[in-house]
Design a protein. Structure first.
Length: 210
């Protein structure tokens, strides 16, 4: 009897650990579809039923991959902010601050174009996350702000003693590029790299006068 119970329990544990070979791929596909849906209709305007239908699966199957809408929302934002963080880390060794700023902006713009839905969700629905998860995203965003902050000090050393003006300039920079998804046309006369160069030139000229 004890042996049977042990085998039964072991079997249940084995079943609990078993996942489909494409589990991660299907999970990523759900996040991608959710980003499109939330980006178009907003987090509150999109139900689990809507998402399940868009993914071609039942609600019960969707809950096999995520326990709640907010879990999916967090995955969208966390993945996007992590990608932005990798861009910032990738230009850290660039010695020239203006060139570093250009590479940073170019990288951001290159990501914003294919990930415009995720970017919209990050900008519009951060307040829909529970406080502890919102704090995680905000902490990662501050890393990006600090990276820009350091560039500003190198571009204009006088800003080292002007923390309020420096942070305001940092927010102006992100305000300038974060909303390009509302008007930028990838098929237009100017590409993402052109916009990045133009934004950096305008921004740096202003910073040098602070």
């Amino acid at each position: 009897m004890l042996d049977w119970l042990a085998n039964f329990a072991g079997g249940r544990q084995l079943l609990a650990r078993t996942q489909a070979a494409d589990y991660d791929e299907r999970r990523d596909a759900i996040v991608a579809k959710a980003a499109e849906l939330y980006g178009q209709f907003g987090f509150l305007g999109s139900s689990i039923a809507d998402l399940a239908a868009a993914c071609g699966m039942s609600k019960s199957l969707l809950y096999h991959y995520f326990s709640s809408k907010q879990d999916i929302l967090f995955e969208i934002m966390d993945g996007h902010v992590t990608a932005l963080g990798r861009i910032a880390a990738g230009v850290r060794d660039e010695a020239d601050p203006k060139q570093r700023l250009f590479r940073l902006t170019q990288g951001f713009m290159a990501l914003y174009v294919p990930a415009s839905s995720r970017h919209k969700v990050l900008l519009n629905d951060l307040d829909k996350l529970p406080p502890h998860r919102r704090k995680t995203i905000i902490t990662d965003q501050r890393v990006l702000l600090d990276a820009l902050d350091q560039i500003l000090v190198e571009l204009s050393p006088t800003l080292a003693k002007k923390p309020r003006e420096r942070r305001a300039a940092t927010m102006i920079y992100f305000g300038m590029i974060n909303w390009t998804h509302t008007w930028f046309d990838p098929k237009g006369a100017l590409g993402a790299a052109d916009i990045a160069e133009l934004a950096v030139d305008i921004f740096v000229q202003g910073v040098l006068h602070l």
